[in-house]
Structures are given as C-alpha cells and as structure tokens.
Design a binder for this molecule. Structure first.
Ligand SMILES: CC(C)(COP(=O)(O)OP(=O)(O)OC[C@H]1O[C@@H](n2cnc3c(N)ncnc32)[C@H](O)[C@@H]1OP(=O)(O)O)[C@@H](O)C(=O)NCCC(=O)NCCS
Length: 194
C-alpha cells in the first residue's frame, strides 16, 4: 500500500482519538489537544494513498542533542504493511537537520511487536526501567539509535549507556513539515519513496 506522510493537525484528532480508544492506556483527546499545542517536536500523520483516512501517526520531541519518540500507533487493520516503518524512515530524514545525535524511546518489555519493529529499524537496547508502566505493570526497555545522515550506516555511530531523563518541553526544537508520499509493503514503490 502507498501512504502519504504529513504533519498531524487538529482536524485529525477525532480519528486519532478513535484509534487511541482501541489501545490499552491510549491517550485521551485532551492529551492529544495539549500535545498539538505544545511548541517543538514532531507529530507525523500517515494517510492511506487517497489521503482520506488516517492510518497511523507518531509524536516525539527534541531536547538538546536528543530526540525522543513517545507515541507511535498504526490502525489495527493496517499493521504489518510497513506503515510504522514509513513513519520512522521519514523521521530519519528530518532528524539530521535538527543536529541531534541520537533518538531514544521507551517501550513495554511485553510489546514484542514494537521491540521487533525498532530492532529492525536499527535501535539497540541501552537500559531498563523496572516497573515503569502500570495497568498492567511492566518494565520499560530503553532503546536508542544514532542519528546519522542518509548515506551513513547506523553501525558507524556509537550509542552510550541510557541517558539521563530530560524534562519534556524544555529546549525543544521545532520540526518543519515535509509531507511526502512513501511506499509501504504490498505495492510497488512510488516516486520519491523511502
Ligand atoms: C508496533 C506497531 C507500531 C508496528 O506498526 P506496523 O506498521 O505494523 O509495523 P511495520 O509493518 O512497519 O513492521 C515492520 C517490522 O516490524 C516487525 N513487526 C511489526 N509488527 C510485528 C508483530 N506483530 N510481530 C512481530 N514483528 C513485528 C517486523 O519485523 C516487521 O517487518 P515484517 O512485517 O517484514 O516482518 C503497531 O503494531 C502498533 O501500532 N501497535 C500498537 C501501539 C504500539 O505498540 N506502539 C509502539 C509503542 S512504542
């Protein structure tokens, strides 16, 4: 399937809320409204090839030299079709321009789909936060990936031990909108794909 990636906007929030409602611990509409109002970071939307349906999204922020992904979700009926991969590849094209050196995230230790996705995208485990999640209780696995330009292999850069937590919102950088079409699994690539 082909997907279109652009900035997430307020008009998307009802579709976002519907997807969040189907996820344990999903964000409320109020949380997403506050997230869109916050300065800095990125909120990317993945749409189906007609641009008519929101099928996934990702949110994150940049603090100093670190980027952090804190939300990534794909509609259940569109999973395993490389939508999340397309969003992450799009992010890799944005981050080098923001002068960050690494990208971090936390994921539940029981979330094997996400762990496998991030492993496939070059993230490595760099820490564990026991009991970090509740309802249900779970450990957080901290993953990191170096931020390199497109022509550099991730293995050429080095990730250190788990970094200190940074306060969200502090010193965050704005990310420009670069809506593009990318090819997800199941169809031949389109022009200008990832
Ligand atoms: C995790 C999630 C974002 C993956 O999205 P997706 O669009 O289905 O992922 P992709 O199709 O890009 O998958 C790429 C690779 O990740 C791995 N992967 C993805 N889902 C997987 C699963 N359920 N089981 C095992 N591996 C999986 C595979 O290696 C896959 O490649 P393959 O299909 O060729 O085997 C999606 O399952 C989701 O929204 N889950 C609920 C929310 C969530 O857990 N978000 C992440 C929290 S940080």
């Amino acid at each position: 399937m082909k997907i279109l990636i652009r900035d997430l906007v307020a008009a998307d929030l009802s579709a976002v809320a519907a997807l969040e409602a189907g996820e344990p611990g999903g964000w409320s509409l109020g949380q997403w409204t506050a997230e869109l109002a916050r300065a800095g970071g990125w909120r990317l939307a993945a749409l189906d090839e007609d641009g008519g349906r929101l099928i996934g999204y990702m949110a994150g922020m940049v603090v100093g030299e670190e980027a952090e992904i804190f939300r990534l979700l794909v509609a259940p009926d569109c999973r395993r079709r490389r939508v999340a991969t397309g969003l992450l590849k799009h992010l890799w094209r944005l981050l080098p321009g923001l002068r960050v050196s690494s990208c971090f995230l936390e994921v539940r230790s029981a979330n094997l789909a996400a762990l496998e996705l991030y492993r496939a995208m070059g993230f490595v485990r760099c820490g564990l936060r026991p009991g970090y999640y509740h309802d249900p209780e779970d450990d957080a696995v901290v993953l990191a990936r170096p931020v390199v330009s497109d022509h550099e292999a991730p293995s050429k850069a080095v990730i250190g031990p788990a970094r200190k937590r940074t306060r969200k919102g502090a010193g965050s950088k704005s990310v420009p909108d670069h809506g593009v079409a990318v090819a997800a699994k199941g169809r031949r690539p389109v022009t200008g794909t990832s």
